[in-house]
Write a protein that binds this ligand. Structure first.
Ligand code: PMP
Length: 463
C-alpha cells in the first residue's frame, strides 16, 4: 500500500541520513550543522527540469544543480550511450600516445564548435583541472618561446575558477581563495571585478584594482595569462559591461599576454550562444570547458587551445609531463558527444535564448511588484538578481536579515531549488539557471514561486 511504501522510504531516508552524517563530509556545506542534521535532500530521480527525493517529493531544479545539467535530467539516450561504450571498453588511457574514438571525435567536434582557431583540446575531468591545466600550458608556452619569467596569472575579484590550489588562488571569493591557507605566489587576484575601468579610464575610482594597473605594476614580462569568465557565475552572475571583454582582449594583445576564457559555466549553450565569449565577439587563446559538455552525465572537462599555442606545444620534442588518469575518458567523451548532439538536435542554444527572454519578462514583473528586487540580469538562461532594502538609494539589507538565504529557503519550501550568494558585506544575490530544455509554462511556474517566496519573505522580515 501507499502508506507502507511511504513508511519504507521514510525508513530508508532515515537510515541513509544516519550513514551520511557518520561517513561523509560534504563540499560547500556547514560540517557541524551537517553532522547533526544530515543531508537536506537525498535525491533519487530526475526527469526534465524536475528532481525527486526518496519520498517522491518533487522540486524544480532552478539552477540545473551546479549550472551543469543543461539537457535536463533523465535523458535515456545518454545512459544508453554510456552503457554501450562501457560494454565495449569503459576506459582506456590517453597517456603514451594511446587513443580512443570518442575522445578523438569529441576533440574534433569541439574544434568545430569553438570560435576562431581554437582547434586543439587537452582533456581533464572537470573545471578546476581545466584551469590548472590552462595555467600550466600558458607558462609552458612562454617557456618554449624563451620567456621563462612569464609565469604569473591574473584573475578577477568575484571570479570562480575552482578549488585545486592554483584554481583556488585564482578564485576571487575570499573564503574559497584563502581556505586552508593555500598559496601560489604566481596567481594574482585583481581587486576590481567587472568594471568599466578596464577600458583604460585611470580616473575611475577602482583603477588601481584593474587588470591594466596590475599588469603595469607586475610588468608584462612576468605575466603568462589573464583569466576571466565571460559572465561571472559563482561570484554572483555579473555580466561585463559592453566593450569590457574586447578591452581585455586588446590589453592582452598589447602586452603579449595570453587570454584564458573560463567557459565552464557559459560553454555549450547556457547563455543563448554556444560559448559566452561569442556575445562580445572575442576569441581567447585558451578556453576552459567542463559542466555543460556532458550536462553532468559524466565527469569531463578540457582546455581548448588556439593554433598559436597548440602549434608551439606540438613542436616540443620530449615527454609532456602533464595529464590525468581520466584525460580523454572514453565513456565520458562518448557521453559528451551524444550530449552535444542533443543540444544541437533539440535547438537548446536557441531555446536558452528564447526562454531567457521569458525569464527577463518575469523578472520585470517581480521588479515592479517587490521594491527590494533589483538589478535583474539574464543572458540566456544564466540569470540573477539582487535583493536590497532600498535599491533607489543603494541601502543593503542588514546581514542579520539574511535576505537571499531566506528567499531561497521560501522557494525550497515551495518546491523550487535555487542558489544565493552573500559572501561580501551587503551582498544578497539570487541565481536562476534552469536546464536549457525548459518551456515557457515552466518559467512561469518559477516566476510565480519566486513571487510567493518574496511576498512571504517581506511579511516575515522586520524592516
Ligand atoms: N570555473 C567555473 C567558471 C566554475 O563555475 C566552476 C565550478 N562551479 C569551476 C571552474 C570549477 O569546476 P569543477 O568544480 O568542475 O572543478
Amino acid at each position: 500500500s501507499k502508506e507502507q511504501l511511504l513508511t519504507n522510504t521514510e525508513g530508508l531516508t532515515s537510515e541513509l541520513s544516519d550513514l551520511d552524517k557518520k561517513h561523509l563530509i560534504h563540499p560547500v556545506a556547514v560540517p557541524k550543522h551537517h553532522a547533526s542534521k544530515g543531508p537536506k535532500i537525498i535525491f533519487s530521480k530526475g526527469d526534465g527540469i524536475n528532481v525527486k527525493d526518496l519520498n517522491e517529493h518533487t522540486y524544480i531544479d532552478g539552477v540545473s544543480m551546479l549550472w551543469n545539467v543543461n539537457v535536463g535530467h533523465g535523458k535515456k539516450e545518454l545512459a544508453d550511450v554510456a552503457h554501450h561504450q562501457m560494454s565495449k571498453m569503459a576506459y582506456s588511457s590517453t597517456f603514451y600516445g594511446y587513443g580512443n574514438e570518442p575522445a578523438i571525435r569529441l576533440a574534433e567536434k569541439i574544434s568545430r564548435l569553438t570560435p576562431g582557431d581554437l582547434n586543439t583540446v587537452f582533456f581533464t575531468s572537470g573545471g578546476s583541472e581545466s584551469n590548472d591545466t590552462a595555467f600550466k600550458l600558458s607558462r609552458f608556452y612562454w617557456q618554449l618561446k624563451g620567456f621563462k619569467d612569464k609565469r604569473k596569472i591574473i584573475s578577477l575579484r568575484r571570479g570562480y575558477h575552482g578549488v585545486t590550489v592554483s584554481a583556488q588562488r585564482a578564485t576571487g571569493i575570499d573564503a574559497f581563495r584563502n581556505f586552508s591557507g593555500s598559496t601560489d605566489p604566481d596567481i594574482v587576484n585583481a581587486k576590481a571585478h567587472l568594471t568599466e575601468c578596464e577600458l583604460g579610464d585611470k580616473t575611475h575610482p577602482e583603477y588601481s584594482g584593474c587588470i591594466r594597473s596590475v599588469i603595469e605594476e607586475l610588468g608584462a614580462d612576468k605575466i603568462a595569462a589573464v583569466i576571466v569568465e565571460p559572465i561571472q557565475g559563482a561570484g554572483g552572475v555579473h555580466v561585463p559591461p559592453e566593450g569590457y571583454l574586447k578591452a581585455v582582449r586588446a590589453l592582452c594583445d598589447e602586452f603579449n599576454i595570453l587570454l584564458i576564457a573560463d567557459e565552464v559555466i557559459c560553454g555549450f549553450g547556457r547563455t543563448g550562444e554556444m560559448f559566452g565569449v561569442s556575445h562580445w565577439d572575442i576569441t581567447p587563446d585558451l578556453m576552459s570547458i567542463a559542466k555543460g559538455i556532458t550536462s553532468g552525465y559524466a565527469q569531463l572537462g578540457g582546455v581548448v587551445m588556439n593554433d598559436r599555442v597548440a602549434d608551439t606545444i606540438k613542436e616540443y620534442n620530449d615527454i609532456l609531463p602533464h595529464g590525468f588518469t581520466y584525460s580523454g575518458h572514453p565513456t565520458a567523451c562518448a557521453v559528451g558527444l551524444k550530449n552535444i548532439e542533443i543540444v544541437e538536435r533539440e535547438g537548446l542554444v536557441k531555446n536558452a535564448y528564447k526562454m531567457g527572454k521569458e525569464l527577463e519578462k518575469g523578472f520585470t514583473y517581480l521588479e515592479e511588484k517587490h521594491e527590494f528586487f533589483t538589478n535583474p540580469r539574464t543572458v540566456g538562461l544564466l540569470a540573477g538578481f539582487d535583493l536590497m532594502k532600498d535599491p533607489v538609494v543603494n541601502i543593503p539589507f542588514d546581514s542579520s536579515v539574511q535576505a537571499a538565504v531566506s528567499v531561497v529557503e521560501e522557494c525550497y519550501q515551495r518546491g523550487l531549488l535555487i542558489r544565493c550568494f552573500d559572501f561580501e558585506p551587503g551582498m544578497n544575490i539570487v541565481a536562476v539557471a534552469p536546464p536549457l530544455i525548459i518551456q515557457k509554462q515552466e518559467i512561469e511556474t518559477i516566476i510565480s514561486i519566486l513571487d510567493e517566496a518574496m511576498t512571504a519573505f517581506s511579511q516575515k522580515v522586520k524592516w
